[in-house]
Design a protein around this ligand. Sequence first.
Ligand code: GLY
Length: 239
Amino acid sequence: MKGCMVATWKMALEGIQEGMQILNGNGNLHRAIVEAVKRVEDNENFVSVGYGGLPNREGYVELDAAFMDGDTLGAGGVMAVQGIKNPIELACSLSRCSRNCFLAGKGAEEYALSQGVEMQNLLTPNAMRRYESSLKSNLKGDMDAYDGHDTVCVIGRNQSGSIACGVSTSGLFLKHPGRVGDSPIIGSGFYANSIIGSAAATGVGEDIMKGCLAYSIVASMGSGLSVQDACEHALNYHI
Ligand code: GLY
């Protein structure tokens, strides 16, 4: 069986090229996915993920990320965290824990510090400028909170047939502080089962969560539908 990776959006292209090199080399699936997502988190030009992400309404960049291993069904995530350079790293390590796998806000940040995770000011001058100009246009009543909002999702399979996925986002621009989208919610923003397959979501979390879409798609694949039919079935039913 050949290793493969798929991801959302053009912003993930370089990341999955690097991930494929890892998969074709030592075959470490988790590392391949984490490195692919990190390439997006670290690029300040991608304004919906990690460093350079657009801030919440108080001007703070707040991130969500999650990881799932399809062999063990181990999943972990962080939500509404500030200052963590690569939340996908933390999510991946939490997915190996048997308890306390999903951490939010201050508790997640304290855990990150205790683990020696790299911290960084994630608000770039460009993101700050967008924030300030949106606040001005908000006063005029024409703010678009969804502007620039897209999640990076990476799904991979190695030569042994193990499947895993990772997701990362800064969520909605100008979101309420503490707002959590679908991305770190198992079954909504992501799901992986090596026997069946994996799905992950990009879009407005409040809508995706209503249908637990990632799990719904994987469950449909498990009942025998093709990937395409499973996606159509889940989405048509949801709509
Ligand atoms: N899909 C990511 C979010 O809504 O935050």
